[in-house]
Ligand binder design. Structure first.
Ligand code: ATP
Length: 777
């Protein structure tokens, strides 16, 4: 096979030499970021150098600066921390240290640096760049570099990737490592929950976050904690009494555990630190609760990166190389971030400045400004948490005449987050004075009248529960079920709003119910779908609930399969994933697990494609060291082809692989629905649950106000924009009507016509070396 490293010889001019380093605290996802920089960089004809031990390696040079090849980063997607090492390096903070670092870069011919780290590391990189010409002048004057070198390396390109578990950088919605850290926290808090319940104990859990409460807040939302303390929003003056009241009230309602999450940088309104031990003493002394403190510490940084971080780091690593290739001396150093679900490239120092402003605002007790400086989602999430956790907040209650009876049901296959959405919808509804009604077993249950009012404690603990507590099935009114009977029961139970949580079937239900409004007045109420399906094929949302859980389940399975395949040597696993006619899971899991290729319905599958894949695999195995030969994975969407089934593909690989490789299959099936929902799914569910109820309120406020002191009409709303999918659009929540969605839906294939994630598809093959290792068939 043609060697990848020789690609740059075919490029005109000398190839760019990019150094990549990780610095500051380690973050899970740094390895996938380095992998992407190395592989994508090589594919673009660049030479990539790994700089080991952060800036220390840059200062020390020698063996700390190593050329990376395609195989150097094999398997790194699944590895936590950073395999090229990181350090806090004092010498780099001095000009002398940076002078030595500049000398090492020039001597190694490196003209660009991709730095993955926190705000300190990125500031250091920018300082280095701004001094660059002065450093070169000095190196030239002291004969440490030649005039030619000074001319050739006259400017340094810097690109920042934000690796930080705190999610504390401004100008990006999320940083590499934060979501994995949240996984670790939620796993711990879930575990603590079971022992806390058993002994009826209280636990105060301290999590990381010196100036940033993102981890504490999100963990609070995702685990249904009773209270959270974060630096940006200190509690009210007599917070000691408040937490006791909250804990006491929750106990009164039947809760056997109390969990309070404290960010390590939590403070009160006079900036005095709030510490876990202090909270423990308050709960023990005032309420007599058997209270324990758990400081999660470094477990939070550890473990294999979550699917989210692997994908984030991969797409951002690719963007970093593109930014290097686009850079000019005039451009400010960019930072690769994420905004509205899009990769962004913004001036690095502006982001650092804004980040420092948060700490400054907190120091000046300007907490409103501190919240404002966080991403827009942060304040909204805080409100969601607040209004779905604490009961008896009278400020939330609506006047009697605006209160609704809201039915909630699940449709389709179970998906992670269905219960969390139900719980938040129910609790928020209760806090507003509405009556939430849980309908069991989907529309069948509605027809049979199997439903019950949901109390605050009925839904306790649902945030972290997988499956569907209400029960779910695929029956769709108007297709398998009698619409008349449904309308009758809606009137009988006086349902004034309906939240349908589910996948494409839920969307079909919405369409059918809306169409039937002309015939049945009881359907003229706000109707709302919260998308929940692993396939991510519901129109009107970027993400359905359950997708993140499914991706993590697939990625974990693929890690195990890869290990087995690696141990058996020379084995290709054909792994079948779900998704219906949507290739979403295959594309995203392909990126996160480092699949060799994927087969998705959007592309179809034929013999020539399989033949070319066999050739590619042969080329890879010919190139492998036989003693260390890799296991490889090919992901196949379940519906991609009736002929080329998972077994058939595997048999073809076996037959055609000859002595070079063998093949096996793995069909993941229902494993993909996950066990416990992932933190991302829980958080998205919480937000959508509350948004669904807010939608009901908005759409009925006017008519209910008009009928104050009169009988409430059966028909509350009829326009098409009152039958919506409430979805995630970028960082916001969107409400798309059935009308709007009809135009963008491919009904035959049960999915949206356009898919934002499809742009990522080529990266799967590219990062597996296709096009670089050419076939030797
Ligand atoms: P974390 O979020 O984990 O704290 P960080 O990147 O902010 O990560 P720092 O310890 O602040 O961590 O910085 C890491 C390294 O970056 C420092 O040890 C130092 O080598 C370099 N560095 C930080 N600030 C500067 C600076 N102002 N000038 C030069 N180098 C710096």
């Amino acid at each position: 096979p043609q060697q990848v490293d020789s690609l740059s010889q075919f490029m005109t001019g000398s190839p760019k030499r990019i150094g990549v380093l990780t610095s500051g605290g380690d973050a899970p996802g740094m390895n996938p970021a380095v992998r992407a920089v190395v592989r994508y960089g090589i594919s673009k004809g660049c030479e990539i150098y790994g700089i080991y031990e952060g800036y220390q390696g840059l200062v020390d040079g020698g063996n700390f600066i190593k050329k990376m090849d395609w195989k150097s980063v094999r398997g790194w997607l699944a590895v936590g921390g950073t395999s090229i090492g990181t350090a806090r390096c004092m010498p780099f903070k001095t000009r002398e240290g940076r002078l030595q670092a500049a000398c090492n870069l020039v001597k190694n011919g490196i003209d660009s640096l991709v730095v993955c780290g926190g705000d300190g590391s990125l500031t250091g990189a920018d300082v280095f760049r701004s001094e660059w010409s002065g450093l070169l002048d000095e190196l030239l004057a002291t004969d440490r570099i030649t005039q030619d070198e000074a001319t050739k390396y006259n400017y340094l390109t810097i690109v920042g990737l934000v690796g930080s578990i705190d999610n504390d950088m401004s100008s990006t919605d999320i940083t590499i490592g934060a979501v994995t850290c949240l996984h670790r926290i939620c796993e711990s808090v879930d575990s603590i929950g079971t022992t806390a319940s058993s002994h009826s104990r209280a636990f105060v859990v301290e999590v990381m976050g010196r100036h940033c409460g993102w981890l504490a807040l999100m963990a609070g939302i995702a685990t249904g904690a009773d209270f959270v303390f974060i630096p940006e929003r200190p509690p009210g003056d007599d917070w000691e009494t408040t937490i006791c009241n909250v804990a006491h009230r929750h106990r009164e309602l039947g809760k056997r555990k109390t969990v309070i999450i404290v960010a390590e940088g939590a403070i009160d309104s006079s900036l005095k630190p709030i510490k876990a031990e202090q909270i423990k003493d308050i709960l023990t002394d005032r309420l007599g609760l058997d209270t324990r403190v758990t400081t999660l510490g470094h477990t939070q940084r550890g473990g294999s990166p979550s699917a989210f971080d692997r994908i984030l780091a991969t797409v951002q690593g690719v963007a970093a190389v593109d930014a290097v290739l686009r850079s000019t001396p005039e451009m400010p150093s960019p930072m690769i971030g994420m905004s509205n679900n899009q990769v962004t490239c913004k001036p690095l120092m502006k982001a650092v400045k804004l980040t420092h402003e948060v700490a400054k605002a907190i120091g000046e007790k300007n907490f409103a400004r501190a919240m404002e400086l966080r991403d827009p989602q942060f304040a909204e999430e805080y409100n969601v948490y607040d209004s779905s956790t604490v009961l008896d907040d009278v400020s939330l209650e609506l006047p009697e005449h605006l209160r609704l009876r809201i039915g909630i049901l699940h449709v389709g296959a179970p998906a992670g987050g269905m219960n969390a959405a139900t719980r938040t919808a129910a609790r928020y509804a209760i806090n507003r004075g509405h009556t939430p009604i849980g309908i069991f077993n989907g529309f069948d249950g509605l027809i049979n009248g199997t439903m019950q009012d949901l109390s605050w404690s009925d839904v306790d603990g649902w945030t972290s529960r997988g499956g569907s507590e209400l029960g779910t099935n695929r029956h769709v009114p108007g297709q398998q079920l009698d619409m008349g009977m449904i309308a009758y029961q809606m009137q009988e139970f006086n349902l004034q709003g309906l939240v349908i949580i589910g996948g494409f079937e839920a969307y079909s239900c919405l369409v059918n119910l809306e169409k039937a409004r002309d015939r049945y007045p009881s359907l003229c109420i706000p109707l709302c779908v919260i998308p929940a399906t692993v396939s991510n094929n519901v129109p009107g949302t970027d993400y359905s609930l359950g997708t993140d859980t499914a991706l993590n389940a697939i990625v974990n399975s693929c890690d195990a399969i890869t290990q087995s395949a690696r141990s058996s040597r020379r084995r290709v696993f054909v792994v079948e994933v779900q998704g219906g006619r949507s290739g979403y899971l295959a594309v995203e899991a392909g990126l996160a697990s480092g699949a060799n290729t994927i087969y998705i319905p959007e592309e179809g599958l034929n013999l020539s494609r399989l033949q070319s894949d066999v050739h590619h695999l042969m080329a890879l195995y010919l190139d492998d060291d036989p003693d260390k030969s890799e296991g490889r994975i090919v992901l196949r969407n379940e519906t991609v082809s009736k002929t080329y089934t998972t077994d058939v593909i595997s048999s073809i690989f076996k037959e055609e692989g000859h002595a070079l490789f063998d093949s096996r299959t793995a069909i993941l099936g229902h494993i993909q629905q996950g066990n416990t929902p992932s933190p991302m799914d829980r958080i998205r569910a919480t937000r959508l649950g509350m948004s669904a109820i807010q939608f009901m309120e908005r759409e009925t406020r006017e008519v209910l106000s008009m009928h104050q002191n009169k009988t409430t009409p059966i028909e509350l709303c009829k326009t098409v924009d009152t039958a919506v999918v409430v979805g995630i659009s970028g960082t916001g929540v969107s409400y798309k009507s059935v009308d709007e969605l009809a135009a963008v839906t491919d009904t035959k294939n049960r999915k949206p016509k356009d898919a934002w994630w499809y742009d990522r598809r080529p990266l799967v093959d590219l990062l597996a070396g296709r096009g670089l290792f050419s076939a030797a068939a």
